[in-house]
Design a protein around this ligand. Structure first.
Ligand SMILES: N[C@@H](CCC(=O)N[C@@H](CS)C(=O)NCC(=O)O)C(=O)O
Length: 212
C-alpha cells in the first residue's frame, strides 16, 4: 500500500503512526504542500480534493484520514478497532467530533494562524479567528477534561483509533499555543497516547529527509 502525505501534518502523522503501531508496511511518498504538489494532475487523479493524505491499495484510492485509518485498522484483528458495532460507532463518534469540532473549530484555526501562516509566509494571523477558536478550544477541552477524569482513554480503558485521531493535533500544541496548560487530565492522556513508540517512529523529519 502506498501513502501520499505531508509529514508535519497531524492528518498524515496519525495515519503513519497507526500503520506503524499495527505493523503495516506503507510505501510513503512525501507530497510537498509548500510547492503545490497536491494540485498536480497526477496527484488530483488520486485525490481530486487536492489534499493529503491519500492511500492507494492496488486499484483502490482512498482519501480522508479517518477513512484511511479505519481501512488500515480493518486489515487485521486488533484492539484499536474492535470488531464490535458499538465499539466502532463510539470510535466513529470521536472521529466525527474531531473532524467537525475539535479540529475544524478549535485546533486548526490556531495551528493555521499561528504556525502555518508563519511557515508559509501567508501574512499576519487573523486575531478574530484566533479569539473564536480559543473559545471553542476551552469548550472542547473542558469536555475532554471531565471525561478523562473518569477513564484513561476516550472510549474507555483501552487506547483506540479515537485517541489517535483526537490526540494527533496536540503534537503542535506548544508551537501553535493551544492552551492545554489548565487541562491536567487532557495532558496526562496525551502523555499516554504520545508515549506509544509509533509516533516517534513516524515523527516528521526535516523536509529534505522526507523528500528523500
Ligand atoms: N479532512 C481531511 C483534511 C485534509 C487536509 O486538509 N490536508 C491538508 C494538510 S493538513 C492539505 O493537504 N492541504 C493542501 C491543500 O488544501 O491544498 C483529512 O482528514 O484527510
Amino acid at each position: 500500500m502506498k501513502l501520499y502525505g505531508f509529514s508535519p501534518s497531524p492528518n498524515t502523522w496519525k495515519v503513519r503512526a497507526l500503520a506503524a503501531h499495527l505493523g503495516i508496511a506503507l510505501d510513503y511518498e512525501f507530497v510537498d504542500l509548500t510547492k503545490g504538489a497536491s494540485h498536480t494532475p497526477a496527484y488530483l487523479a488520486i485525490n481530486p480534493t487536492g489534499r493529503t493524505p491519500a492511500l492507494v491499495d492496488g486499484d483502490f484510492k482512498l482519501w480522508e484520514s479517518e477513512a484511511i485509518m479505519q481501512y488500515l485498522a480493518g486489515q487485521r484483528p486488533n484492539s484499536l478497532w474492535p470488531n464490535d458495532a458499538r465499539a466502532r460507532a463510539d470510535i466513529m463518534r470521536w472521529q466525527s467530533w474531531q473532524l467537525a469540532h475539535w479540529g475544524k473549530e478549535s485546533c486548526e484555526p490556531l495551528v493555521f494562524n499561528r504556525l502555518v501562516k508563519k511557515f508559509l509566509n501567508l501574512g499576519p494571523p487573523d486575531e478574530a479567528a484566533i479569539a473564536q477558536a480559543l473559545q471553542c478550544f476551552d469548550r472542547d477541552a473542558a469536555m475532554l477534561e471531565a471525561l478523562l477524569g473518569k477513564q484513561a482513554y476516550l472510549t474507555g480503558k483501552d487506547v483506540t483509533l479515537a485517541d489517535f485521531s483526537v490526540a494527533a493535533v496536540l503534537f503542535h500544541a506548544e508551537a501553535a499555543g493551544l492552551p492545554v496548560a489548565r487541562y491536567a487530565k487532557v495532558r496526562e492522556w496525551f502523555g499516554r497516547v504520545s508515549a506509544l513508540p509509533c509516533w516517534r517512529e513516524t515523527a516528521p523529519q526535516p523536509a529534505a529527509a522526507d523528500a528523500a
